[in-house]
Design a binder for this molecule. Structure first.
Ligand code: C2E
Ligand code: MG
Ligand code: MG
Ligand code: MG
Length: 291
């Protein structure tokens, strides 16, 4: 009886594994064709000064519209793109696309900075600072217009050329931000070793602000750490007015989150910015006067 149940259980388990493997293989195949098929797009989420309420920058976020499955989250395909090496081509496409959009917004009078997520795999796949600088120059933009968001895990790699690779960007004026700060490894020595400018406090900490618990102290500590190192602090995932006023009180420089806007297609962002500008003029956002 127990043996029979065990066998059934195993059978269901292997069936599930098989289905998952099939799904991933299919997804990988689809991913290989998606770029040429024009299924990707870049959305942009505003990064807003917590002092003035003004939009200072945007983060480029990749979107995949699968012909059968609909929108697939980058959480579900970036890893696959990294494992297969497709992130090389895809990551470059994101840079080209977003730099082009930024150049257009600049011409329309919006003084924005662009943040782009770059995976450590792109280093191994040959992404060069020189090519990125040339891309910016082709669109009449400067190195300081771009921020590259990397994760803590890249900085933890025991890999000697990581430092040189990153410095090739920063010595030319491209800034580096650490994404999802606080969720990765706990060694902080890399903050001194690498030329970092920005810490993006992970939304996990922001989410719990205003509830009982350690979130408040943790954010306070991260802000103090960032301050002492001369870094800019960005709060990720701000969804509520309470969270906004907490991160303002704690001294974060910028906020990003659904409270202001979700990541938007380029044309909708422009529309959103115009309206936001009017809201600021109407005095709807005067965060520093609120308290
Ligand atoms: P990330 O770089 O930390 O991006 C922020 C994520 O948080 C985005 O998810 C964004 O939509 C989401 N977010 C922003 N505000 C809020 C909020 O108030 N509440 C909640 N719940 N979420 C919020 P998204 O777009 O699904 O991207 C997920 C991750 O995929 C990114 O995390 C990034 O690690 C990766 N990714 C996205 N685009 C690219 C890309 O072009 N290249 C690479 N290498 N990775 C990318
Ligand atoms: Mg990011
Ligand atoms: Mg993040
Ligand atoms: Mg992330």
């Amino acid at each position: 009886q127990a043996k029979q149940a065990g066998r059934n259980c195993l059978r269901f388990f292997t069936q599930r594994l098989q289905r998952e493997a099939d799904y991933l293989m299919q997804l990988e195949q689809d991913l290989r064709l998606a770029l040429a098929a024009g299924q990707f797009s870049v959305h942009y989420q505003p990064q807003i000064s917590s002092h003035t309420g003004r939009v200072e920058g945007v983060e480029a976020l990749l979107r995949w519209q699968h012909p059968q499955r609909g929108w697939i989250s980058p959480v579900d395909f970036i890893g696959l793109a990294e494992d297969t090496g497709l992130i090389g081509e895809l990551g470059w496409w994101v840079l080209e696309q977003s730099v082009r959009d930024l150049a257009r917004w600049r011409q329309q009078g919006h003084a924005l900075r662009l943040a782009v997520n770059v995976s450590g795999r792109q280093k191994q796949l040959g992404l060069q600072a020189a090519s990125v600088l040339a891309l910016l120059a082709r669109h009449g933009l400067e190195a300081s217009d771009l921020v590259i968001e990397i994760t803590e895990s890249l900085l933890m790699e025991r890999d000697d050329d990581t430092q040189a690779w990153l410095e090739a960007f920063t010595t030319q004026g491209i800034r580096l931000a650490i994404d999802d700060f606080g969720t990765g490894y706990s060694s902080l020595s890399y903050l001194k070793r690498f030329p970092i400018s920005v810490l993006k406090i992970d939304r996990e900490f922001i989410r719990d602000l205003g509830e009982a618990g350690e979130a408040q102290s943790l954010v306070e500590a991260i802000v103090a750490l960032g301050r002492s190192l001369g870094l800019k602090l960005v709060a990720e995932g701000v969804e509520t007015a309470t969270q906004l006023s907490r991160v303002q009180a704690l001294g974060c420089d910028q906020v990003q989150g659904y409270y202001y806007a979700r990541p938007l297609p380029a044309d909708e962002l422009l529309f959103w910015m115009t309206r936001h500008q009017q809201d600021i003029q109407a005095g709807l956002y005067s965060p520093d006067e609120k308290d």
